[in-house]
Design a protein around this ligand. Sequence first.
Ligand code: MEV
Length: 333
Amino acid sequence: MNAASAPGKVILLGEHAVVYGESAIAVALDLRTRVTVAPRTDGGGGTLVNGQPLNVAYHVHVVHALDVVPPGGPVLVETESRVPSAAGLGSSAALTTATVGALLAMTAGWKDEETLARAAYEVEWRAQGGRGSPTDTSVAAHGRGVLVDASPHERHLWTVERGTRRWHLHDLELPPLRIVVGNTLDRGRTADQVARVAKFVARTGFAREVIADIGRATRAGLAALRASDMLALGSAMDRAHNSLTTLGVSTPRLDLYCEAARRAGAFGAKLTGSGGGGSMIALAADAAPVVAALRKVGCREPLIVALGGPGARREPAEGPGRTESLGQPEASR
Ligand code: MEV
């Protein structure tokens, strides 16, 4: 039996625009997904995922992972996740990266973070119908903070190319950061949101200007992060949220939660991930009033999370029983 785990993430700045070559900042969470893989030895026919027959409608990431890293026969896959699913918090990248990690470990292909990040991106790319950037899978593999940039510079990790696009991924040093996460519990599908923005960008120059403005907000936020200037980082987050709203990927509930967080004293707030539901994040000197304000507007379980946890790793084969099955359709990260 082989096991691996990988963290969920938040995108601090730059989602959607990163698909078009703008910068993005993604940060690992201290919430992880763990996957074990073992050869099926009971003589039964096919692969089982959490005891259920492999089904492309429900296990799309596992199906593609088995294509990208073939295990050479039917396997038993078990998953356990603390990353809320379809919440914009990187659950599918964490699942993909941990599954690919466990398969690489099983097939003696586990070499380094880069091999894992590349294989995991290949899986995500296929699962999303040939769209999306390597941001989520890279942060799931590397952990800490990841800066996606237009050209390589110091702390360069790897460069990924797809068609005419090229993403340079870098390790990003972070000050100790905690943020508040408000999950709307509205499920949004990453593939749908990315496709929606792609249509908008193909149709209008205006959408491309909005994408460029998200890029500017990300660069301002990066300078603020490096200077530990939380006020400036918060205003970059507000600006990015406005642009994401203009792109059509926010929702009234995400806007409501962001506004409530700002009124409660947050430096800034924005949706995180692909939107269309999922979560918002707020940066605040004092998280307690923000958590209270989010509860007041209906957010059931605001979380205070530490940013910058470790990346993917091999795990001891034995572990706690699974807590989340793959028996429901996978949706947004
Ligand atoms: C989703 O977490 C981030 C997006 O930018 C899509 C991507 O980069 O693949 C919306």
